[in-house]
Design a protein around this ligand. Structure first.
Ligand code: GLN
Length: 474
């Protein structure tokens, strides 16, 4: 059942929150081939009972009252480990809740557990986890995408009705596409990052994952809004996302960026995405070709900016303040730092810290980091120009189908190229959603709808219209 359906049964008293949580937990424990979770919350049943009591006494605190939510393990949860899938934070139990968690709890939602991910959200397959890989719910032995692969797999495998992920360069949308679920990266600033363990602060954003567009809208509603604890959260009003879901697409202009359908895109994915575009056209939308000419620089700009910010953000893991510290005979403080960081971080994280430190160092800063920032501006301007002619853009999410575990992990460049259609959105700070649009050889495919800044309403509305009229059984 969707979160909406569960919420309506709860309110009619036909099921309790405790029964719902128990049913998900036993489903997870019975036959877990997906391995979506790092930690199941020991407090989940207690929280569900509390939700039942307050529902009986005061009625629902919000639409998600009593509904279980899975949470990516880089979002701080008080009293519940938050590991970022890293040895570095293996034993870290935050003393506070992230703002999004506070908001979910205020609504009466029940945190079910913490989901697997690429270490510190760096990766596109969830293979870079200190706790082992997660499998695609559609096929064992295949990746669920990443870095929010655990959240996507949990929702796809019916191990949670909805989940939170984070997206720095595609980490919500790409796993959503690979696992056949809906996932949205909101506009930068729409959702507070307070309590999200930082990877690349100018790109990071928390967002919802669900099996239906309506559930996705409901979860987005719960977590959106200005937060004094995050100076980059935007002081703008949050619309009622559900109100316009059914407005349809008649008269909307949907842009098809030519640079997103070039060599490198799997033909079978192109067909599915164009099929989705035709469904929307039949519903009254107008398709227009547009150009985003700087797309070919996006991967380079992203992997310079993201690693530069990461090298700075991850400097705090030094074995002193919290987290892992190397043991054994240590000659001095420097050796303690070195051993701690060498043993605490995995290969990919170390690769990025080194790359980021390099591009920020004197003499290279102008050639790499500054140039990447200028490219970022050009990419943002591409979108601004396109949005003068269209209301949103339709694109693929990933150039390839979910791949085998082990297939790309030893070739970082191949792995980075998987992000070609998602990173520009983060560089430009825009909202985008991934919506399932069928399967190829049994493996899910999603398409992406990119919107204007703070116009999540329109992309949700387009996604909903597609979901209602999709020809293929999804
Ligand atoms: N795959 C991209 C990276 O490795 C995006 C990750 C993310 O969005 N967190 O950086």
């Amino acid at each position: 059942m969707s979160a909406m359906e569960l919420a309506s049964l709860l309110r009619k008293g036909q099921v309790s929150s405790k029964e719902i949580a128990e049913s998900f937990l036993s489903h997870i424990e019975k036959n877990d081939r997906v391995k979506a979770y790092i930690t199941l919350a020991p407090q989940a049943l207690e929280w569900a009972e509390a939700a039942d009591r307050s529902l009986g006494k005061d009625g629902p605190s919000g639409p998600l009252h009593g509904i279980p939510v899975a949470v990516k393990d880089n979002i701080c949860t008080m009293g519940l480990p938050t590991t970022c899938a890293s040895r570095m934070l293996k034993n870290y139990v935050p003393p506070y809740d992230a703002t999004v968690i506070k908001r979910l709890k205020a609504q009466g939602a029940v945190i079910l557990g913490k989901t697997n991910m690429d270490e510190f959200a760096m990766g596109s397959s969830t293979e870079n986890s200190a706790f082992g890989p997660t499998h695609n719910p559609a096929r064992e032995g295949f990746v669920p995408g990443g870095s929010s692969g655990g959240s996507a797999a949990a929702v796809g495998a019916y191990q949670a009705p909805v989940a939170l992920g984070s997206d720095t360069g595609g980490s919500i949308r790409q796993p959503a596409s690979y696992c056949g679920v809906v996932g949205m990266k909101p506009t930068y600033g729409r959702v507070s990052r307070y309590g999200l363990v930082a990877y690349a602060s100018s790109l990071d954003q928390i967002g919802p994952m669900a099996r239906t567009v309506a559930d996705c809208a409901m979860l987005l509603q719960a977590i959106s809004g200005h937060d004094q604890m995050d100076s980059t959260s935007a002081p703008v009003d949050v619309p009622d996302f559900a109100a316009s879901l059914e407005d349809g697409v008649k008269g909307l202009r949907l842009g098809i960026p030519e640079e997103y359908f070039v060599l490198g895109l799997d033909d079978r994915i192109r067909e599915k995405v164009m099929g989705a575009a035709r469904v929307l056209q039949e519903q009254g939308a107008e398709l227009r070709e547009v150009s985003l000419p700087h797309t070919r620089y996006a991967i380079s700009a992203y992997y310079l900016i993201a690693t530069a910010e990461a090298s700075s953000n991850l400097a705090r893991y030094d074995g002193v303040k919290y987290g892992f510290r190397a043991q054994g005979p240590l000659a001095d403080t420097m050796e303690m730092y070195q051993k701690t960081r060498n043993n605490g971080f995995g290969r990919e994280v170390k690769r990025r810290i080194m790359l980021g430190t390099y591009v920020l160092s004197a003499g290279y800063y102008e050639a790499f980091y500054l140039k990447a920032l200028k490219t970022r501006t050009l990419i943002r301007q591409d979108f601004e120009k396109a949005f003068q002619r269209v209301d949103c853009l339709l694109t693929p999410v990933s150039p390839c189908l979910p791949f085998r575990i082990g297939e790309k992990i030893h070739d970082p460049l191949q792995m980075y190229l998987v992000d070609i259609y998602t990173v520009s959105v983060n560089l430009a700070g825009l909202p985008a959603i991934s919506v399932p649009c069928g399967r190829v050889d049994g493996l899910p495919v999603g398409f992406q709808i990119i919107g204007k800044a703070f116009d999540e309403e329109t992309i949700l509305r387009v996604a909903y219209c597609y979901e209602q009229h999709a020809a293929e059984g999804l």
